[in-house]
Design a protein around this ligand. Structure first.
Ligand code: SF4
Length: 698
């Protein structure tokens, strides 16, 4: 008998609904879920190839200690004992978790609870730090909370969609399909793409602004001034609902139109046209993604964008608002449970004594982290210099994906005790583990994820657990129990964790916090099984989401007002005589992260089979490189070897290279070895773009 299960795609932050069908022989087929409000039946190439990635080749099926198969009890006893010893001898901050936006919310919740509430440290950070933490910091500065104000539908309702630092066509393909369909139906919908590279997204854009890397602050500060001078400011909204307009206007006054031209490198006509479109169109959505976030000025870029939407009052109304698009399937869910080192659960603030007290009482925990923990780059620095002596890595491959990846690998190799929970036996990171714990993969695990529009959906199991693989939340809870916290970690199923998470979101929350799903605090098991996708908030006694935020103010700062932030453009050119090119890293359409899953599909790998770097034809000519030549790219941090792809899509002086390939697929092609450990001062997000490099024929 064929079995059909509704679940959610495990890749990007669009969070598409998937229907998986398992036939009598165990063969799996997937199709888009026509009822899911994120995709209405659509899937992209990665989502539709999911069934091709489910084989057990390379799977980790049993716990291992120092490379030898072990039982669960033996492995978990060892993990608990080594963490307990390390904490007893060196204190709570001598241990750390590095987790992932691939985890389900229930996994994330238990990890965060264990580290912040029972170990008593906030040393839990996530690969989502690399993805969207500048948006979190920008949201918190402007709104007083990490709130995405709008919904996907706004892209279809808008008259102008601005895509900045976002290759929607490849990185959020189903959202791109929705936008392209809306434009085909209503050609008057204008699309502006802001990106140094002419990406595939440019194919539907009316205007492509090939901006210099990291010049976004100047661009949006200039836009802010233009909105003022063209009388496009909504004076009533600004007066009633915001603070800080005057200071921001003063700061913007120091940036002239000519300054913007010089910093962005844009032609005056294009810049004027963008400013005209934005100031004269009421329904504007500005989407931003890694091109904005992955920068040493990422938070300022976010606030420069938010300033323009606050000034025009174009926020939280149909077809209007700033829109942060998250990269991963559950970066948002991680944020909701406090999966970042500088946040507490349920969008509460770790710096706030009242919030800490509230969470501690709810958890009945013996101690609670009193200060923010180490953010990803600093966390691995602390592993390198010995401050962190026991590290648990879950569902991520930092030896490939972290900046300064060679240094990160050296740090993990030298760490006295490393636990890795993964579905694969041999990853670039797993090879350095003292204890390997087999986790459940997509199709085997159950829980929830939250997509970029605050929509919570179920991932459901439709395959049996292979070998002895177990859920990540179970592994964490077992260690929690072994550390002596029996009651706090007595979960038997993800539904119980979800209920607790929902109850915490509503605990002593009389509307003072944005994230509230208290309506689900008493969810029955069968209702969890049948949970249909919903957007938060869903407060107790009010099981209907407000689908948008801030149209009538009601921000989460104490005075209820949104904040303008007076940002100033920073110097952005990092090139010099030794490293004359600017490298921007990114992703391609058909691979996901470090390819541990998508690399299994021959169909996906056929899209682009080898690691590559795009160069402009004149740059290629100057360094004597022809198409498909092997080139060496070098930064002060390391070297990578990839094929040259010569294309006029690339701006002169800059190189684009995807971050996916790991040593198992191509030797010495890890692009993140080139990325310096430079971070945004507020968010701690690494600058994975605008990197000074040299390039030469190999
Ligand atoms: Fe999956 Fe994203 Fe593609 Fe949707 S757009 S199918 S969530 S990868």
């Amino acid at each position: 008998m064929e079995k059909e299960v509704k679940t959610t795609c495990p890749y990007c932050g669009v969070g598409c609904g998937v229907i998986a069908t398992v036939d009598d022989n165990g063969a799996v087929a997937v199709r888009g879920d026509a009822d899911h409000p994120a995709n209405f039946g659509r899937l992209c190439s990665k989502g539709s190839a999911l069934a091709e990635t489910l084989d057990l080749d390379g799977r980790l099926l049993h716990p291992e200690i120092d490379g030898c198969q072990a039982g669960w009890d033996e492995a978990l006893d060892l993990v608990a004992a080594r963490f307990a010893e390390t904490i007893a001898e060196h204190g709570p901050d001598s241990v750390a978790f590095y987790v992932s936006g691939q985890l389900l919310t229930e996994d994330y919740y238990v990890a965060n609870k264990l580290m912040k509430g029972f170990v008593g440290s906030a040393n839990i950070d996530t690969n989502s730090r690399l993805c969207m933490s500048s948006s979190v910091a920008g949201h918190r500065r402007a709104f007083g909370s990490d709130t995405v104000p709008g919904t996907y539908e706004d892209l279809e309702l808008a008259d102008l969609v601005v895509l900045t630092g976002s290759n929607l066509a490849w990185c959020h393909p189903v959202l791109y399909q929705r936008l392209a369909a809306a434009k085909a139906k209503r050609p008057g919908l204008k699309i502006v793409l802001i990106d140094p590279r002419r990406t595939m997204t440019a194919d539907i854009a009316d205007l492509h602004l090939a901006i210099r890397p990291d010049a976004d602050v100047a661009l949006f500060v200039g836009l802010f001034s233009h909105l003022v001078s063209s009388n496009a400011v909504d004076q009533n909204y600004v007066a009633a609902h915001t603070a800080g307009f005057g200071d921001t206007l003063l700061a913007a006054g120091g940036v002239s139109f000519d300054d913007v031209l010089e910093r962005t490198g844009l032609p005056a006509m294009q810049l004027r046209e963008f400013y005209r479109l934005f100031s004269t169109t009421e329904k504007v959505v500005t989407c931003y993604s890694q091109g904005v976030n992955q920068s040493s000025s990422g938070t300022d870029k976010v606030n420069a964008i938010l300033n323009c939407h606050l000034a025009t009052g174009r926020i939280g109304r149909p077809g209007m608002g700033p829109f942060s698009l998250t990269g991963q399937p559950n970066a948002m869910g991680g944020r909701e449970v406090g999966g970042l080192a500088n946040m507490l659960a349920a969008h509460m603030a770790i710096e706030d004594a009242g919030d800490r007290d509230r969470v501690q009482r709810f958890w009945r925990s013996p101690k609670i982290a009193e200060k923010p923990g180490l953010k990803a780059v600093d966390l691995f620095r602390a592993v390198a210099d010995g401050r962190v002596k026991a590290l648990w890595i879950m569902a991520t491959n930092p030896v490939v994906s972290m900046p300064d990846a060679d240094a990160v690998e050296a740090a993990i190799r030298a760490c006295p005790f490393v636990v890795v929970s993964d579905i694969l036996k041999e990853t670039d990171t797993a090879r350095h583990a003292h204890v390997l714990l087999p986790s459940l993969g997509w199709g085997e695990k159950s829980g929830t994820v939250t997509n970029s529009e605050r929509r919570i959906s179920r991932q459901r199991a439709f395959l049996a657990a292979p070998g002895e693989a177990r859920a990540d939340w179970w592994q964490l809870a077992e260690v929690g129990r072994r550390l002596g916290h029996t009651d706090a970690f007595a979960y038997e199923a993800p539904a119980a964790i979800f209920r607790e998470h929902a109850a915490l979101s509503a605990f002593e929350n009389a509307g003072s916090r944005d994230f509230d799903i208290g309506a689900y605090a008493d969810l029955a098991l069968e209702d969890y099984d049948g949970l249909t996708p919903f957007q938060w908030p869903q407060r107790q006694g009010q099981k209907r989401a407000e689908s948008r935020f801030f149209a009538a103010g009601n921000f989460y700062h104490a005075d209820g007002r949104g904040r303008f932030v007076a940002v100033r453009p920073a110097e952005t050119d990092r090139t010099n005589a030794d490293y004359p090119f600017t490298l921007n890293t990114g992703r391609i359409r058909d691979q996901w992260h470090t390819m541990t899953r998508t690399g299994k599909s021959a169909r996906l790998s056929a899209h682009i089979a080898e690691p590559f770097a795009e160069l402009h034809p004149r740059d290629a000519m100057e360094i004597g490189v022809g198409n498909a030549d092997l080139i060496e790219i070098e930064s002060p941090e390391g070297k990578a070897f990839v094929r040259a792809l010569i294309t006029e899509r690339q701006a002169r002086g800059s190189i684009f290279a995807p971050m996916h390939w790991n040593d198992q697929f191509a030797a010495k092609a890890r692009i993140d070895v080139l990325v310096p450990p430079i971070t945004d001062r507020l968010s701690g997000q690494p600058a994975s773009k605008n990197i000074a490099v040299a390039a030469r024929k190999f």
